[in-house]
Design a protein around this ligand. Sequence first.
Ligand code: FE2
Length: 202
Amino acid sequence: MAFELPPLPFDEKALEPAISTETIRFHYRKHHAGYVKKLNELIPGTHYAKMDLQQIIVEAAPHKSDRAIYNNAAQTWNHSFYWASLSPETQGAPEGELLDAIDLSFGSFASFEEQFSKTAADLFGSGWLWLVKGTDQSLQLLPMPNAGCALTEGVLPLLVCDVWEHAYYLDQKNERAKYIQQFFSRINWQFAAKNFASTNLN
Ligand code: FE2
């Protein structure tokens, strides 16, 4: 089964001025598309060929010999989750049960923003910062290096921030903190709330 690059959920210009059209265009058309292409080159003839993307990620993760398959499968899935985590409109803060859960787990929404920003800034090298719901229902920040995907950790991902340099270097150069601030202002809280209400890993 060949995987396809899913359409962006918004126009490439939609995140201006927080994230530029050029950044979204390169990130989506070159990086995300590149992972999908590479994955489709790697899986034919392997036992992964009959699996869906999430199965490939979970099955390949423990096997060092399948690292390239894991990396490209996870990067394919992570990027789709990242686009969904972004909103063309500035939404401010979440509401309802998700906001209550953030208050309970992080003290307050302001404290959550502070911890989110610091954890993303402190993630060494390339990687992903996930907001996840654990099996005890608490929310946690989960920084993962390289192609790290929360699906391998038995937790429910709510949203993700891509902190690879390709996500911000055209706009912010080496200033990751500025990108994190812009990302935070465009978090799609409706997407996170939908995931929070879900009981299944998706
Ligand atoms: Fe990326």
